[in-house]
Design a protein around this ligand. Structure first.
Ligand code: AHG
Ligand code: MN
Ligand code: MN
Length: 347
């Protein structure tokens, strides 16, 4: 049987480090530890189907409980490994209200914000889910404890970001600001191999991803933009096709590879969504870093650059428009009032 004889992710990380003579190897060490946690989660996620079988064999509650356990499992796996790895001083997790300090004596100079399992409501229907991470350098000498303010840094200051998607295969996608690289896990040997080198998002797409069930709660500008995408104009590739999975990981990954625009705007459905649904630190900012490195773009629904937003709290929500550059540019024109559907402008 053919085994992929390619570049492993550890080799890729070490090769990138060699390009920076001053690098200490700490970021490489951090990423390596995170990848071990991801492989552990991947193995557990792959067992979710078995919980389904058990559920059908009599215990009606086990599926729901397992889903919840998997969220907790992912959180605990990352938290424990990274708190003791020696490269991190403080962390933020979607699953924890407060910042999580590194174990005393194990503090390092980086911070880590993560969504342990994104799209976890999809586990029980076997849809792709993922882990998202964002890494910053803290204002510490690497020996002292970090504080919440070390986590509250702009996306533009990230030193690395990425995600692991648990799909038909498990893939790791990451950037350290030198392009975006994708690796596919060979589960039989437990190794990630380079499968997508220097990923570039198609500049213009024919797909849009948004929860159209919320249409009645949208602003007029957003409604006009989405209606524009649905109008027929062959010259500009319209109408676009809709693709919405409801798992940011899956929607973003598809758009990264095949091109597309994803929108989770603010809406009037509930007060909690008055500033959008997705979280800045561990959903929007890391994916914005990846999108930009792949030639795409990420803004809010009022035209602010996601990467330029100064966070004020760990779980802050932001409206997110992200994807192929031309499509985000066009969305911005509508959302910022520079373009209206009846203008029938081409482009
Ligand atoms: P999480 O599972 O980490 O809480 O995130 C769920 C998010 C995201 O994955 C997805 O894009 C969005 O929720 C879907 O929201 P709607 O169901 O409101 O469309
Ligand atoms: Mn999430
Ligand atoms: Mn989550």
């Amino acid at each position: 049987m053919n085994r992929p004889y390619g570049i492993t992710v550890s080799r890729h990380i070490m090769d990138s480090q060699r390009l920076h003579p001053k690098a200490t190897g700490e970021l490489s060490g951090l990423l390596t530890e995170l990848i071990v946690a991801a492989k552990t989660i991947s193995a557990e996620v792959n067992m979710a189907g078995l919980a389904d079988i058990l559920g059908m064999s009599g215990d009606v509650n086990i599926q729901g409980e397992y889903v919840q356990k998997l969220d907790e499992f992912a959180n605990t796996t990352i938290k424990r490994r990274m708190a003791n790895c020696g490269y991190i001083c403080i962390m933020a997790s979607e699953e924890e209200a407060d910042a999580i300090p590194a174990t005393e004596g194990c503090e390092g100079k980086y911070t880590l914000a993560f969504d342990p399992l994104d799209g976890s409501s999809n586990i029980d229907v076997n849809v792709s889910i993922g882990t998202i991470f964002s890494i910053h350098r803290a204002d510490t000498d690497g020996k002292s404890a970090g504080s919440e303010s070390d986590l509250l840094q702009k996306g533009s200051k990230q030193v690395a970001a990425g995600y692991i998607i648990y799909g038909s295969s498990t893939m790791l996608v990451y950037t350290t600001g030198e392009g975006v690289h994708g690796f596919t896990l060979d589960p039989s040997v437990g190794e990630f191999y380079l499968s997508h080198s220097n990923i570039k998002m198609p500049e213009k797409s024919k797909y849009y991803s948004v929860n159209e069930g919320n249409t009645r709660y949208w602003t007029e500008e957003l409604l006009q933009y989405v209606n524009y995408l649905k109008d027929e104009d062959r010259a500009t590739g319209r109408p676009y096709s809709a693709r919405y999975i409801g798992s940011l990981m899956a929607d973003f990954h598809r758009n990264l590879i095949a091109g597309g625009i994803f929108l989770y705007p603010r809406d009037k459905k509930s007060p909690i969504k008055s500033t959008g649904k997705l979280r800045l630190l561990y959903e929007a900012a890391p994916l914005a870093f990846i999108a930009e490195q792949a030639g795409g773009r990420a803004i809010t629904d009022d035209g602010r650059d996601i990467m330029g937003i100064q966070p004020t709290s760990l779980h802050q929500r932001v409206p997110l428009i992200i994807g192929s550059k031309h499509d985000v540019d066009m969305a911005e024109k509508f959302l910022c009032g520079k373009k209206k559907k009846e203008d029938n402008l081409k482009g």
